[in-house]
Design a protein. Structure first.
Length: 150
């Protein structure tokens, strides 16, 4: 009976019917959630230095259909949009965050929209996995992989 009550509570408290799972110190989980939200803000503001600062110095990103990109400089170059192109919406929605010592991971879905130079809007969405490292009391992205979903 107790298990059934927990399952029902998890279902009722999730907005999508799928429970989010956050495992670890609440303060640490909240910092990662805050960092995800800040990352989206930096992407929408085209603030490439702040995007770069979200990553560790030895970070690696794994964009869809490309080789692994390593290091802050290369990562900033990847995120830099062509003149006249802007990300007008970017949202990261974690399904799970788990913290183990000074390492954490989270995975879930993302969505966004880009306004092209000619004014047309392109929307996109996908799934992702991030591995975090805690450095100098700050959670930074070490590994970042994503790809689209239809």
């Amino acid at each position: 009976m107790r298990v059934l009550a927990i399952v029902i509570l998890m279902f009722l408290t999730s907005s999508s019917g799928i429970a989010q799972t956050y495992i670890g110190d609440t303060k640490e989980v909240n910092e990662i959630l805050k960092n995800l939200k800040s990352f989206s803000t930096y992407v929408m503001n085209s603030d490439y230095d702040k995007i770069g600062n979200c990553y560790t110095k030895d970070a690696k990103i794994f964009p869809n259909n490309t080789k692994i990109i390593e290091g802050k400089t290369a990562i900033i170059k990847y995120w830099t949009l062509p003149e006249g192109v802007q990300t007008i919406h970017h949202k990261i929605m974690p399904d799970e965050i788990q913290i183990v010592g000074d390492t954490a991971y989270d995975y879930g879905y993302y969505e966004g929209a880009t306004r092209k130079k000619d004014g047309t809007k392109v929307t996109w969405k996908g799934k992702y996995v991030i591995v975090w490292k805690k450095q100098a009391d700050t959670w930074k992205i070490y590994l970042d992989i994503w790809n689209g979903v239809k």
